[in-house]
Design a protein around this ligand. Structure first.
Ligand SMILES: [Mg+2]
Ligand SMILES: [Zn+2]
Length: 217
């Protein structure tokens, strides 16, 4: 799925529909058959964990992130970011500010020759908003991305540094990879119970592991 214009796709929420142009360039109904994708958590997976990321300057790419995402891009494997952004529900961050933060992430990836095909976020918080279907460990955003981009979830991978990432990936029927480098000590506590398919230190190691296990193109 080449992003021909290399324009950053607008960040999506649950039920956010594809525009006609997006649909033509790789969305619903365009692909001949479903294929595997790589779903990635954002904070602590692609960029350094810093609690709530509220401004562009808070985005610092993790060293292996750019080159490993570029490897997926080169193989035409869809790269889709799935992120919980409870700061929105808590009024610490507006959707417009989130776009500016995501623009910075896009710029950092671009500098490494990499891009993402879509970014979906949950704007809710269990402390503020009623229970939603999109906050990880719920699989709602992954399921929607699968519909939007014609993705075979059983051939896909979810990579993240929290047990909620693993839970979302498993519920969606993906293989899962848990990163131990950024989520900190509590990740180690429940890692065994979460049963990720693979555990490693960073996104670079995760993508190196999945490459021989995913069908490309
Ligand atoms: Mg994370
Ligand atoms: Zn939500």
């Amino acid at each position: 799925m080449k992003n021909i214009a290399m324009q950053r796709p607008k960040s999506r929420i649950l039920s956010d529909r594809l525009t006609a142009r997006e649909a033509l360039s790789g969305g619903v109904g365009h692909e001949k058959s479903a294929r595997g994708a790589v779903f990635l958590d954002r904070d602590g997976t692609l960029n350094v964990e810093r609690g709530y990321i509220l401004q562009p300057a808070d985005i610092e790419l993790i060293p292996t992130a750019g080159e490993s995402v570029r490897t997926l891009n080169d193989l035409d494997i869809p790269v889709i970011i799935i992120t919980n952004q409870a700061a929105i529900a808590k009024n610490l961050l507006s959707p417009e500010q989130l776009e500016r933060v995501n623009e910075k992430l896009w710029a950092e990836l671009s500098a490494a020759g990499a891009y993402y095909d879509a970014l979906y976020y949950c704007p809710h918080s269990p402390e503020v908003t009623p229970e939603c279907q999109c906050r990880k460990p719920k699989p709602g955003l992954i399921l929607q991305a699968a519909r939007d981009f014609n993705i075979d979830l059983s051939a896909s991978f979810m990579i993240g540094d929290k047990l909620s990432d693993i839970g979302a990936g498993r519920s969606a029927g993906c293989k899962t990879i848990l990163l131990l480098s950024n989520g900190g000590k509590d990740v180690y506590q429940g890692a065994e119970a979460a049963s990720p398919d693979f555990t490693c230190r960073n996104v670079g190691e995760a993508i190196a592991w999945l490459l021989p296990r995913i069908q490309s193109g």
